[in-house]
Design a protein around this ligand. Structure first.
Ligand code: ADP
Ligand code: MG
Length: 686
């Protein structure tokens, strides 16, 4: 096969494989498999060990294995529920008899030939002294699925295991040899197997050892592509010389004017940032601090410093509510001494504003994604800050700092992430941490209750409101839904207003409202003109009203752990003892686990670690908690050792070939480009 022919084959639609027509190809596309390459990288999530055979008499209990036996009677069927029946079949080998049991749809046609040998895969179990064989699958003896480690794929309606297995086998048969994209030197140095061996063994392994080796290679490669891209981005940036800010003591002058004393952590972080400002290299720093730790004031101090050195700053937030709040906060910090602009999707008179930003009339521009649009230009942008960084992609971050001539970049996030993850994600960033809360903060007391406790919950809320505090009530939905039995904010506000808390000033806030309306409500809440705010997750990040000390989260089971922690972070921001009440009637194991973690700890780091464990990495990545493409093979808990090797390898490569231009990097370059283009429409080598 010529190289070009090979590349074409990998990029072809699945219809090039015999037996795959348009219809099947469309079903594969639903699984995200659009070409032969995708199929080859569609790895099984487990293998059934069809190599170990036992005699019925000596088969151990509870071990997945095969028995070879002959049906000795009629297949019995017992309907259990609609579309589910329990089937029983008596089978025998020369050592004895056993009942094979399995569940299936009663309408499927299932039949066994008497006096024909079958292989049954499953496990022997003993209950009440009786042995039975719980079957997972079967085939006639001599069929192709016996004697191997059989791959099991995530299948879908219309695409069963055997179809996927056959298609993968045919695809593998269509390629003589998969060409490595990792450079030869890396493969030998890190003792990896070839990609050809790895991909084939992932699907159809010869042994457990071969499978482990194949997986190790793919984990290495997956992390390598991601890490090299991030380290490349970082090196490309630091190559350019940075703006030097000489006047640094101004940050301290700013701090002196604040109504509170900065915490030691905040001071430390401001110092780290100012050191970067003076270093001559562009800063590229992550500021991580739990909810309520006081990141905004750090941002203000360093933007003030940028201004004193003659540069503009831009600060980007993920929601309009948050952008507006930052604008208000900064305006109150700086008064008339700095010119601050607010730029969001709903900003009016934009033309004039944009012209003034370009002319340098504004010192600070606060905004949403609107900031990174093409028509926004700065006179001399020296510092870019993204708040709640996990809500943005690498791409968006890059687009912001490309508005200046290598400005300093600070990204802030409250979503604390485990060390492994931060190593990968922020391989391209330096990290500063605020690890203490401002003085006088008490931990938030968190309770989990059932909805039949509503009266007591709102009785308690009432007491807090009477003492002058304010309350958030969070509902999962905006409006009533016909399909879900879940509290909606619109309905619930009505109920609170008319029945539960009549006479109290209650407001409603949700994402379907116009920006001006949202702002009006938020401002009223902040100005103590409202006692209680019923809201959706639009308040999830950043919102800061220190007088609010109680948050009730309805249908708490609908929220992930990190989300609950963020929501809870809306309270405990002032001197008042604060409370979080999780209301849920769900009693499944997963929900109760989540709730008990919430009630047990206030530590965001522990919570995100747990979140990752409970949801699995795939989903954690899927929800874009971080702004990077998904990992398919690597596991963030178990593969940290591989990650360290990968970082070493990437470091060595970049030291020798900083622009990744050498011939043996060509394929990796293409992989990186494709990955980021698909994920984020981002051309990394530009
Ligand atoms: P986050 O880190 O979640 O973004 P914020 O920056 O919104 O937190 O700060 C939370 C609250 O704490 C704000 O009301 C802020 O004014 C206040 N705050 C910040 N730093 C201090 C401090 N050193 N002492 C007292 N209050 C502070
Ligand atoms: Mg914040």
């Amino acid at each position: 096969m010529e190289f070009q022919e090979y590349v074409n084959f990998l990029n072809s639609e699945l219809t090039v494989i015999k037996g795959v027509g348009e219809k099947k190809s469309a079903l594969f596309a639903k699984l995200g498999i659009n070409c032969v390459w995708d199929l080859l990288y569609y790895f099984p999530y487990e293998h059934e060990d069809r190599r170990s055979f036992y005699k019925i008499a000596t088969c151990p209990d509870n071990k997945l294995c095969c028995i070879k036996a002959i049906p000795k009677g009629k297949l019995l069927k017992k309907n259990i529920r609609k579309n589910i029946a329990l089937f029983t079949l008596t089978v025998a080998d020369n050592s004895g008899l056993v009942n094979v049991k399995f569940f299936s749809n009663p309408y499927y046609k299932i039949s066994f030939d008497l006096d024909t040998e079958y292989v049954f895969f499953g496990r022997m179990v003993t209950g009440y002294g009786k042995r039975e064989f719980e079957m997972k699958s079967y085939e006639k003896s001599g069929g192709g699925n016996t004697g191997v480690m059989l791959p099991v794929y995530h299948a879908s309606a219309g695409l069963g295991q055997n179809v996927i297995r056959k298609t993968v086998r045919d695809a593998l048969g269509g390629v003589d040899y998969l060409v490595d994209s990792l450079p030869e030197s890396v493969i030998s140095r890190y003792n990896l197997c070839t990609i050809d061996e790895a991909v084939r063994q992932m699907h159809l392994p010869d042994s457990e050892q071969a499978l482990a080796r194949a997986r190790a290679r793919l984990v290495f490669e997956e992390l390598f592509v991601l890490q090299l891209a991030l380290m490349f981005l970082k090196s490309r940036r630091t190559e350019n010389s940075g703006l030097v800010f000489q006047k640094i003591s101004v940050a301290a002058d700013f701090a002196k004017k604040l109504p509170f004393e900065l915490t030691d952590s905040q001071k430390q972080v401001i110092n780290e940032i100012c050191t970067d400002f003076r270093s001559g290299k562009p800063m590229n720093r992550l500021l991580q601090g739990d909810v309520g730790s006081g990141k905004t004031v750090v941002a203000a101090a360093v933007m003030y410093t940028a201004h004193a050195n003659g540069y503009q700053s831009a600060m980007m937030a993920p929601t309009e509510i948050l952008a507006q709040q930052h604008y208000n906060t900064l305006t109150s910090f700086f008064g008339d001494s700095l010119n601050i602009a607010l730029l969001t999707g709903s900003t009016g008179k934009k033309k004039k504003l944009l012209a003034d930003i370009k002319d340098g009339k504004y010192d600070i521009v606060v905004g949403t994604h609107a900031l990174i649009e093409g028509n926004v230009e700065f006179a001399n942008l020296g510092l870019c800050i993204t708040d709640e960084q996990h809500r943005f992609g690498v791409n968006q971050r890059a687009r912001l700092f490309e508005k200046g001539m290598t400005p300093h970049v600070l990204v802030m996030s409250a979503t604390p992430i485990p060390r492994t993850l931060s190593l990968i994600l922020y391989g391209d960033l330096d990290v500063s941490i605020i690890n203490t809360l401002p003085k006088g903060r008490e931990p938030i007391d968190t309770f989990c209750v059932k909805s039949d406790m509503h009266n007591r919950v709102y009785g308690f809320v009432k007491k807090q409101l009477d003492e002058g505090r304010q309350c958030y009530v969070v509902c999962p939905l905006v409006e009533k839904s016909d399909t879900m039995d879940v509290t909606s904010s619109v309905e619930f506000e009505e109920e609170l207003r008319s029945k539960v808390l009549p006479g109290y000033r209650i407001g409603l806030l949700h994402g379907k409202m116009k920006a001006a309306q949202k702002d009006e409500i938020m401002t009223a809440f902040k100005n103590l003109e409202l006692d209680l705010l019923v809201s959706t997750t639009v308040i999830e990040v950043g919102v800061d009203v220190p007088n609010a000390n109680i948050i009730v989260i309805e249908n708490a089971e609908r929220f992930g752990l990190s989300q609950l922690h963020q929501l809870r972070g809306r309270v405990g921001r002032g001197q008042h003892k604060s409370y979080c009440i999780l209301v849920t009637d769900a009693d499944n194991k997963e929900t109760s686990e989540r709730m008990s973690i919430m009630t047990a700890t206030n530590d965001g780091f522990k919570i995100s670690q747990k979140d990752l464990e409970l949801r699995g990495c795939g989903e954690f990545f899927g929800t874009r908690q971080h702004g990077l493409p998904e990992l398919k093979v690597a596991n963030l808990f178990t593969d940290i050792d591989v990650l360290k090797l990968v970082q070493q390898a990437c470091g060595e490569i970049l030291a020798e070939d900083p622009l990744l231009e050498s011939g043996d990097m060509a394929m990796i370059r293409a992989r990186i480009q494709k990955l980021f283009a698909e994920y984020d429409n981002f051309n990394i080598f530009n």
